[in-house]
Design a protein around this ligand. Structure first.
Ligand SMILES: Nc1ncnc2c1ncn2[C@@H]1O[C@H](COP(=O)(O)OP(=O)(O)OP(=O)(O)O)[C@@H](O)[C@H]1O
Ligand SMILES: [Mg+2]
Length: 653
């Protein structure tokens, strides 16, 4: 299990001086780390092993060629010249050609075998990661920057595929070729083989030191790529704000700094890699030079045949390639290990908001049939504290929402209204206490059961780059007849006063841009409202659903919303007096608690904090809408201590 690292801890990893052993899993060996891939690689294993066998076969054929050459040099070549016996020579040429062709055929076979499973493993892991990201709670996404997730799901898994289709086979083949080749050299070359073997000592030491150093730089580089992706994502997302405030250059500066940091890390990576590759080239060459001198001496002394000397150097030529490749394949393996670690950091993050082992036996919600009645919602003694927050936002909140009623939730900014609203659809779990829907703790329902019953429209209306229809019907069951789905959409669009979509180029089939960017704020809000209404839930949670609408549209939506809300239990977070007017009752959230519940009139008469809130809402409302009077004729300002109240929840606490 991985503990989710806080954002600042993660960005520390981008600091080249930070302790690179800090990332989770750093203490594992590379083998132990990569072994975790087994469940994903298992289905592809037969083909990967087939590819490995083909590669090994190709290498062994390459190693056999020098043996044939030795035999040719010492046998038919010498004898052929003397005794005019050419048949042995011709057969040896045929054999060398056959070995060459066989080697090429096996390399082709390897490529064919590993290409398909490599891409399949990548796709399966990518889907698993995305599925897990969808499953992880909102709290996870609050803490992990998008770029880090993006770089893991795209860059890291691409790296892993390349290693699977090429790196791992190459590593094994290089290793086996070197071991078999050196063994052959020692057995057939005698002292020359021992000289060559001496070169393995510095190579091994260097490879170990390289691994330790490269692993840290590789982690740093991949984390920095993630940070860079986050910066790109944020600046593209916030391009309007950056442009409006003329801060494009600042964004560029910060991007340039991060990109330069990444470049420096990449240079360090390449330099480390180049150091090893150079050593792997120089050490065998040096041992070969010594072996040449000794070899010539031995041949001259008659202690070695010329054929054996030729075979020795042809074999070292075959080994030299894999020795140099070892540097590249080792760095690929270490990069793959980092990718595996980063993948498992996310995939092993345990979701605390899971379905219960024995879900409550509830009748199907029967939503979307239009005949739904409201659910009963109860917040009992609910305390909620965000992870890492010093104090709870909600402290022993008690609130009942009787079936079919509409309750407005009011409170100062930052008092925890949106937080409370997110507990009903179980986007967060309570720290203490219980949230019940129809008498059942939401933690005893599956998430599907909860979402069938509770629909939400958030403050910030997120729309997807899909058609208007798909956006609005997001919460509607797919198995309903198409005509029924269409009717639900039409009604929801009408209630939310979102008929403007009919004027779009393709009507409800029009694809709206990323996050609905091509629509105005009020248009997006109305579509988000339509989406919540179309789901026909037993419980509807609306977080300030009308804030971006002009007064006329708001009145039209309000009038139609009353009809919908009659059939549903609703919790409406209100920032405008007109929204409060929709409600049967009002609940006041203050200091993390519900301090009063009652009708608008009763609360005006009895609750000073409510009078204060309403008076500030009205001021705000009048400031924005000028001549429009508040919907309630009562004059909350007549005796309200509004100037005596603090301006925000933060000031209260
Ligand atoms: N994801 C989060 N992690 C940590 N703290 C949070 C998070 N979201 C909100 N908070 C804090 O919780 C408190 C309540 O926030 P919340 O969004 O519920 O207020 P609100 O009543 O909806 O305010 P507003 O009227 O401005 O929408 C605030 O102090 C806020 O800083
Ligand atoms: Mg809010």
């Amino acid at each position: 299990m991985v503990v989710m690292p806080p954002t600042d801890e993660r960005s520390n990893r981008s600091d080249p001086s930070s302790d690179p052993s800090s990332p989770p899993g750093a203490e594992r060996s590379t083998f132990a780390s990569i072994r975790r891939l087994y469940p994903y690689v298992r289905p592809a294993l037969p083909r990967l092993v087939g590819g490995l066998v083909a590669s090994l076969g190709a290498s062994l054929m390459a190693l056999a060629i020098p043996r044939v050459l030795q035999w040719v040099t010492d046998g038919p070549l010498t004898a052929g010249a003397r005794e005019h016996d050419w048949s042995g020579l011709i057969w040896s040429v045929v054999l060398v050609a056959a070995l060459g062709v066989g080697e090429a055929g096996l390399i082709l076979l390897r490529r064919t075998l590993v290409m398909f499973p490599g891409t399949r493993v990548e796709a399966v892991m990518r889907m698993a990661l995305f599925k897990h990201l969808q499953d992880l709670p909102v709290a996870f996404h609050d803490r992990w920057p998008g770029g880090q997730l993006l770089s893991r799901i795209m860059g890291d898994l691409g790296l892993l595929r390349r290693w699977l289709v090429f790196g791992i086979l190459q590593l094994v083949v290089s290793f086996v070729t070197i071991v078999v080749g050196v063994a052959l050299l020692v057995v057939t070359g005698g002292w020359l083989g021992v000289i060559f073997l001496c070169g393995a000592i510095p190579v091994t030491i260097l490879a170990f030191r390289f691994s330790r150093k490269y692993r840290k730089i590789s982690r740093l580089s991949q984390d920095q790529s993630g940070d860079l992706a986050t910066t790109v994502e944020e600046s593209v997302h916030g391009i309007r704000v950056l442009k409006a405030f003329g801060r494009g250059t600042d964004a560029l500066d910060s991007f340039t700094d991060q990109a330069s940091e990444l470049r420096e890390t990449e240079i360090r990576k390449a330099t480390t890699d180049a150091g090893l590759t150079t050593a792997l080239r120089v050490i065998p060459e040096a041992t070969q030079a010594v072996a040449l001198v000794v070899g010539v001496y031995l041949v001259a002394q008659g202690d070695m045949t010329l054929g054996a000397l030729v075979a020795f150097f042809t074999t070292t030529a075959v080994i030299n390639g894999p020795v140099v490749d070892l540097g590249m394949t080792l760095s690929m393996t270490l990069n793959a290990r980092t990718a595996v670690d980063r993948f498992f950091e996310v995939i092993e993050t345990v979701n605390p908001l899971t379905d219960p082992a024995r879900p409550a036996d509830l009748p199907p919600a029967g939503s979307n049939d239009g005949a739904e009645t409201g659910g009963h919602v109860a917040f009992r003694n609910v305390t909620f504290r965000y992870d890492d927050a010093a104090r709870p936002v909600l402290d022993q909140v008690d609130l009942e929402l009787p079936p079919g009623t509409t309750t407005a939730l009011v409170g100062l900014t930052g008092s925890g209204k949106s937080t409370l609203a997110m507990l009903a659809p179980r986007l967060f779990d309570v720290t203490a206490g219980v949230v019940e829907v129809d008498g059942v703790d939401v933690r005893d329902m599956t998430r599907a059961q909860v979402r069938e019953r509770v629909a939400v429209a958030f403050e910030d209306p997120t729309l997807f780059s899909a058609s208007v229809r798909d956006n609005v019907l997001l919460g509607v069951r797919d198995d309903l007849p198409e005509a029924e789905r269409e009717a639900l959409m039409t009604q929801a669009l009408e209630v939310a006063q979102a008929q403007f979509v009919l004027d779009l180029p393709d009507g409800v089939g029009t694809r709206i841009g990323e996050e609905g960017m091509s629509l105005s704020g009020g248009q997006r809000q109305r579509l988000a409202l339509a989406r919540a209404i179309a789901a026909r839930p037993r419980v509807l949670v609306l977080d300030d659903p009308l804030s971006a609408l002009d007064v006329t549209t708001e009145e039209a939506v309000t009038a139609r919303l009353r009809d919908v809300l009659q059939a549903t239990t609703s919790l409406i977070i209100a920032h405008r007096p007109s929204t409060v007017a929709l409600a049967d009752r009002v609940a006041v959230l203050q200091g993390g608690r519900i301090t009063a519940v009652g009708t608008h009139h009763d609360l005006l008469a009895t609750d000073p904090h409510y009078r204060y809130i309403i008076s500030s809402l009205e001021q705000d409302y009048e400031a924005h809408d000028g001549e429009n009077p508040p919907p309630d004729p009562g004059d909350p300002r007549s005796d309200g201590p509004r100037n005596a109240e603090p301006e925000s929840q933060e000031a209260l606490s």
